[in-house]
Design a protein around this ligand. Structure first.
Ligand SMILES: *Cc1c(COP(=O)(O)O)cnc(C)c1O
Length: 392
C-alpha cells in the first residue's frame, strides 16, 4: 500500500464497539481479573489505550520498533536525555531549538552532562569532534530558522562506528518528508504540537526508537518521570495525523511558491528554503527528503530588527505567533521571539540575522499569501510609520 492509504488504515477500528473514530479511554486504572492478569492495561501513566493508538501509529510511520507519547515535545526530549549519566557528552547541531538549548545549557549541565555544538551540516566536522565520552549526536534537520540540513545517513554511519546514539528531532519534517530511522538514526523525536497535530490546538511530544533495549529504557523513563500525554490530546493528535498527507502536500507546494517569489523581491537579502537550488544544503535535502517542508525564512537587505518588526506587524493573513506547522499561515521574528533565549553571539555564529523572519506556510491559496507578504514588504518604503518598540 502507498503511504497515504497505509496512514489512514493503520489507525484501528475499536474492537469492542466498532467505533470508527478512536475512543477516548478517559480512565486512570483498569480492572484486573486476578493480580497481573489484565487486558494489557493497568494504570494510565504506564499505558492507556488511546495513547497506544497514537504510539503505534507514529512507530509505524517512522518504521521504528516502539513509539511513546508525552505531554509535550520537551517532555519527550527530557525522557531521551535521561538515557545519559554524569560525564556523558552530547554533540549537538549548532542552531538547535531554543527549548533544547535551555535543557542542555541550563538543566542537564547541572548533572554533569556536557554539550558541544557543531556545524553538523558538515559531516567532516562531526567526525572531528567526537570524544571518548560522546554518547549522543543530536540532530535537527532542517534546523530552524536557517533550515540547515545534515546528512543523516552519513552521520549515522559515523555514530555506529563509534557506538554513539543518533537522535534526530524530526519535528520540522514529519515522517512523510523524511524517515530518520530508515536513514540510520536510533531515536526520533517529535513535537507533535506542530505538523503532526497540525491545527495549533495541541501540545504533545513523541519518541520513536529502533530497538527493544532503547524501548525498555524510554518506557521506564516515561513511566517514572510521568510526563505522559493525556487520552484527549492523544485522540486530537491521531485525528490531526489523519489529514497529514493532504495538509503537508499543500503546505510544501505553497512554501515553494512563496520562497521562489521572495527570492526575486528587491528588498529581500537571503531566502532560506531547502527546495531552492541556491540553498547551501539543497543536494542533501534532495537525497534524503521526499518534500522540502513548509518553513521558509528570509532576511532583509537592510538588516535590522526594526525593519523586521515593521513587516511582521503588517501582515494580515500570516499571523504573528510562536510555533509553526498549523493550517493557518504564521510568521515570527526569531531574534526577539522564539530564539531570544539564545545569546546574541551564538545566534550570529549560527547565521541568524537580526532581520530574519520565519514563515510557517499554511494551506491557504498561495496567491493570497504572496499578496499579503507583498503589501507588508511595501511598508519598508514608508519608514515614517508607527513608532516601533523593541522588547529586550
Ligand atoms: C516546538 C519544538 C520542540 C518542543 O516541543 P513542544 O511541544 O513545544 O514542547 C522541540 N523541537 C522542535 C524542533 C520544536 O520545534
Amino acid at each position: 500500500m502507498k503511504t497515504a492509504t497505509q496512514l489512514i488504515h493503520s489507525i484501528p477500528i475499536d474492537e469492542l464497539t466498532g467505533a470508527i473514530s478512536v475512543p477516548i479511554y478517559q480512565s486512570s486504572t483498569f480492572v484486573q481479573e486476578s493480580p497481573g492478569i489484565n487486558k494489557g492495561f493497568e494504570f494510565s501513566r504506564a499505558n492507556n489505550p488511546t495513547r497506544k493508538v497514537l504510539e503505534d501509529l507514529i512507530c509505524n510511520l517512522e518504521e521504528g520498533y516502539a513509539g511513546f507519547g508525552f505531554a509535550s515535545g520537551m517532555a519527550a526530549i527530557d525522557a531521551v536525555l535521561k538515557l545519559l549519566k554524569t560525564g556523558d557528552e552530547i554533540m549537538a547541531v549548532e542552531d538547535t531549538y531554543g527549548g533544547i538549548f535551555q535543557a542542555f545549557n541550563h538543566m542537564f549541565d547541572r548533572f554533569g552532562i556536557k554539550v558541544n555544538y557543531v556545524d553538523t551540516s558538515n559531516t567532516d566536522k562531526v567526525l572531528a569532534n567526537i570524544t571518548p565520552n560522546t554518547r549522543i549526536i543530536w540532530l535537527e534537520s532542517p534546523t530552524n530558522p536557517t533550515l540547515k540540513i545534515s546528512d543523516i545517513k552519513s552521520i549515522s554511519k559515523i555514530a555506529k562506528q563509534h557506538n554513539i546514539l543518533l537522535v534526530v528531532d524530526n519535528t520540522l519534517s514529519t515522517p512523510l518528508v523524511q524517515q530518520p530511522i530508515v536513514l540510520g538514526a536510533d531515536i526520533v523525536i517529535h513535537s507533535a504540537s506542530k505538523y503532526l497535530a497540525g491545527h495549533t490546538d495541541v501540545i504533545a511530544g513523541l519518541v520513536v526508537v529502533n530497538n527493544k533495549s532503547l524501548a525498555d529504557q524510554i518506557r521506564f523513563n516515561q513511566n517514572v518521570s510521568g510526563g505522559i500525554l493525556s487520552p484527549f490530546e492523544a485522540w486530537l493528535t491521531v485525528r490531526g495525523i489523519e489529514t497529514l498527507c493532504l495538509r503537508l502536500e499543500k503546505q510544501c507546494s505553497n512554501a515553494m511558491t512563496v520562497a521562489t517569489w521572495l527570492a526575486a523581491h528587491p528588498a529581500v537579502d537571503k531566502v532560506f528554503y531547502p527546495g531552492l537550488a541556491t540553498h547551501k544544503n539543497h543536494h542533501i535535502a534532495r537525497k534524503q527528503q521526499k518534500y522540502y517542508g513548509a518553513m521558509v525564512s528570509f532576511s532583509l537587505k537592510n538588516d535590522n530588527i526594526k525593519n523586521a518588526i515593521r513587516i511582521v506587524n503588517a501582515t494580515k493573513l500570516f499571523k504573528l505567533a510562536e510555533s509553526f506547522g498549523g493550517v493557518k499561515s504564521m510568521l515570527n521574528h526569531p531574534a526577539t521571539m522564539t530564539h531570544r533565549v539564545i545569546p546574541e553571539d551564538f545566534r550570529k555564529k549560527a547565521g541568524l540575522q537580526d532581520s530574519c523572519i520565519r514563515l510557517s506556510v499554511g494551506i491557504e491559496d498561495a496567491e493570497d499569501l504572496i499578496n499579503d507578504l507583498k503589501q507588508a514588504l511595501e511598508k519598508l518604503n514608508h519608514p515614517a510609520g508607527k513608532q516601533i518598540t523593541i522588547l529586550q
